[in-house]
Design a protein around this ligand. Structure first.
Ligand SMILES: [Zn+2]
Length: 356
């Protein structure tokens, strides 16, 4: 198995998900690939520069492995390197493209391979443009292109099974705490959102954590860098007989500012994005409805930028982040932000507050 990002039925890139490695015999590869593709992918060949069909492709879309269909590169990261081979400054997702040292032809180069079928793609060099400074130099023949409007065609079965497993494991955890439903929200700093939701009736547990990125970067230090794809999130275990998902959404939209893109006040970065990680279609539709409703009611002066993302996996944050506001009420940050948020929710939703 490999842990990679794939497309779901709606054309969203999701992951990481477990996908079986593609291992075929030489005869099977020859049957599946054209002679040109076989020469590149399975024999580590290189096509002649300025010959590849994808070199000048300027359409928006995604480049997948010609051997196994794994998404590898996005048009947004393509640039004209002048070398005669399609060039990208980064892969579409961490984990989908592997790098390994190649000392053939008397040179030391870093070979790049598809993580799922191990097909040879090209090489990576240190002379690329910003922001990565890398140049992934590809053979057109190792890739297939799918335009943006057809991304749903790339739907991978691993995406569906991963979503189902995530929903089930999240629900399992809810069962342990006596509630029967789960909601996962990102609304800026999790110390603050956790405190805002913990006071609600029908809520049995709120856990701070991370969602949206890879397992190996699901830790506070890495998430702080802002480049892991993770958001600071809270996982709410609640009893739908006492408080509904819609009521939780109402609190969510009052507890933070959903019009700020990738920030909440002075907390800046994609890890502070406003997002709803839905567990199933019902939650997704309800969230869409709520955003529509708030938009037509002109509740906010600016457009709502809250992202809807499928929950692939929730990673609990380090123990010292749990119940942070309760353990550190004297901290200036907590006094300014968390306590304000707690009070705002109490004022706007007095009927939803637990009587202690
Ligand atoms: Zn492949």
């Amino acid at each position: 198995m490999v842990r990679v990002h794939v497309f779901d039925r709606e054309g969203n890139l999701v992951g990481p998900v477990e996908s079986p490695k593609v291992e075929l015999t030489e005869a099977q590869w020859r049957e599946r690939l054209t002679p040109q593709q076989f020469m590149i992918l399975r024999s580590a060949g290189t096509e002649r520069p300025f010959c590849g069909t994808l070199l000048d492709n300027k359409k928006q879309g995604v480049y997948t492995c010609a051997g196994c269909g794994l998404p590898l590169f996005a048009s947004a990261n393509k640039f004209n390197s002048g070398t005669g081979w399609p060039s990208f400054f980064q892969p579409i997702a961490p984990g989908n493209v592997l790098e390994r040292r190649d000392t053939s032809h008397g040179m030391v180069r870093d070979e790049i391979n598809c993580a799922r079928c191990d097909g040879h793609l090209g090489h990576v060099f240190n002379d690329g443009p910003r922001p990565t400074g890398l140049r992934f130099c590809l053979n057109s023949e190792s890739l297939e292109f799918t335009p943006e409007e057809e991304l749903a065609k790339l739907a991978d079965p691993a995406a569906a099974s991963a979503a189902a497993t995530a929903a089930q494991s999240a629900r399992g955890k809810a069962g342990e705490t006596g509630a029967s439903a789960i909601a996962v929200f990102a609304g800026g700093c999790f110390w603050c959102t956790e405190a805002a939701f913990e006071q609600l009736k029908g809520v049995s547990d709120v856990t701070s954590g991370y969602a949206g990125g890879m397992p190996d970067t699901a830790n506070y230090q890495r998430v702080c860098s802002g480049d892991t794809g993770h958001a600071e999130v809270i996982r709410i275990s609640y009893d739908p007989a006492v408080i509904s998902y819609e009521q939780l959404l109402d609190v969510f939209f009052d507890a933070h500012d959903p019009t700020q893109l990738n920030r909440q006040g002075n907390d800046i970065g994609t890890q502070y994005r406003s997002a709803i990680f839905y567990l199933d279609d019902a939650q997704k539709q309800e969230a869409e409805r709520k955003i529509q409703q708030l938009t037509s009611a002109k509740k906010f002066g600016r457009p709502i930028v809250t992202k809807l993302e499928p929950l692939v996996e929730f990673y609990a944050a380090e123990a010292y982040h749990q119940d942070y506001a309760r353990h550190h009420p004297e901290q200036p940050y907590i006094q300014h932000h968390a306590i304000q948020q707690v009070c705002r929710v109490r004022e706007k939703h007095p009927g939803l507050i637990q009587q202690s």
